[in-house]
Write a protein that binds this ligand. Structure first.
Ligand code: ZN
Length: 367
């Protein structure tokens, strides 16, 4: 390209800068996020209890297949090659993948992660990356943590070797019990786009998800966390729940896991001073140092749990179900944020008993 500084380039640069500012600010401004797979599993479990496995399966798959009827010109020719997807995914895998799309968490208020509880939900943006994401998936398994992944559609488009590998990783991500959502097609800052272009970004990503995972996503994290009442309305009209975060890590600005950890810790301490003791962590699985930082954060919180065991305080609880952060939108404005997550006492007691038992097994006895 002869014109390096074409309007498109400059717009892209502006987006990048805006992304950095927005993402840095989020530690202090409030981004949120959701616990989706959990709702799905609950729905599935309930259906199973009532009607047996085959009905539960059919109901879940049906829910995923249910698509808005307002598919416009862009959506009409979506390449939904379900037969091919089914062939790739096989029987039970298909259901697992469907649940990973979290249809039960659609139409929610904007998730920010705000909570007075020590609930920790990890989220990873911008992937998949064929070098770093597989390592992260293994780390998550080792730690027994399930997370949210907001996938950038462009990484999954096309048929070259790298793109096919990314598609495989996306399917593997949901197979391992994680939840996936949309991060848009080209990582554009949505508020800078026209309505038409916003919908184009969103629908193209849906088409890619349908082709790769067999269904559209229901959670979305706008790039940079950038949104506006107009964007909120457009996303709500398509059934999305916007997921932000409250525990940023600045992992796009530094190059070592230790630096990511330090930034995350500083943000977390600031949040605590505001009455938030947990929430949604934002990392990028496209960075090797972020993968390492994930392990550092888990190890540190588990260490703190060992110290907390002797007290009557709440322990850190790694949330594997984004449903905990989900509040139905109902008649509220599309820009309404979910209230801080406060667990019913009986739910908190059950979860804490489980965390406490695990910590007692894991923590070395005092020397
Ligand atoms: Zn991003």
């Amino acid at each position: 390209m002869a014109h390096m500084h074409s309007p498109r380039f400059l717009a892209g640069l502006a987006c990048r800068v805006a992304t950095c500012v927005a993402a840095l600010g989020t530690g202090f401004a409030a981004a949120r996020y959701t616990d989706i797979a959990r709702v799905d599993r609950t729905v599935e479990a309930l259906a199973r209890r009532v009607a047996g496995p085959s009905v539960a399966r059919a109901a879940s798959v049906e829910a995923v297949r249910a698509r808005p009827t307002d598919e416009g010109a862009l959506g009409a020719d979506a390449p939904t090659d379900e037969a091919a997807v089914r062939e790739v995914l096989g029987g039970d895998d298909e259901l697992t993948v469907s649940l990973g799309l979290a249809p039960a968490l659609r139409d929610g208020m904007i998730m920010t992660g705000s909570t007075p509880h020590r609930l920790i939900l990890f989220s990873f943006d911008d992937g998949p990356d064929r070098y770093t994401t597989p390592k992260l998936l293994d780390r998550l398994d080792q730690a027994g943590v399930r997370a949210l992944f907001f996938l950038t559609g462009a990484n999954l488009r096309g048929e070259n070797a790298a793109e096919r590998k990314n598609q495989q990783i996306a399917r593997e991500t949901v197979r391992r019990g994680h939840t996936v959502g949309s991060h848009g097609m080209n990582h554009r800052q949505l508020p800078l786009l026209s309505d038409f272009d916003v919908l184009s970004e969103v629908r193209q990503t849906e088409q890619v998800f349908e082709r790769v995972l067999g269904g559209r996503p229901y959670l979305i994290r706008p790039p940079g966390g950038a949104h506006s009442p107009r964007i909120d309305r457009l996303l709500a009209e398509r059934g999305y729940t916007t997921v932000l975060w409250n525990l940023g890590s600045g992992d796009f600005q530094v190059r070592t896991a230790e630096d990511v950890y330090k930034t995350w810790r500083a943000v977390f301490e600031r949040r605590k001073s505001l009455g938030e003791r947990g929430g949604i962590i934002l990392l990028h699985d496209t960075n090797s140092w972020s993968v390492e930082a994930f392990s550092l954060i888990v190890q540190e919180l588990e260490r703190e749990n060992c110290a907390l065991l002797g007290t009557h305080e709440e322990l850190y609880d790694f949330v594997d179900d984004p449903a905990l952060f989900h509040t139905p939108r109902a008649d509220a404005s599309p820009s309404a944020e979910a209230p801080p997550v406060v667990l019913p006492p009986e739910v908190l007691a059950l979860r804490q008993a489980r965390v406490r038992a695990a910590a007692e097994r894991r923590c070395a006895p005092a020397r």
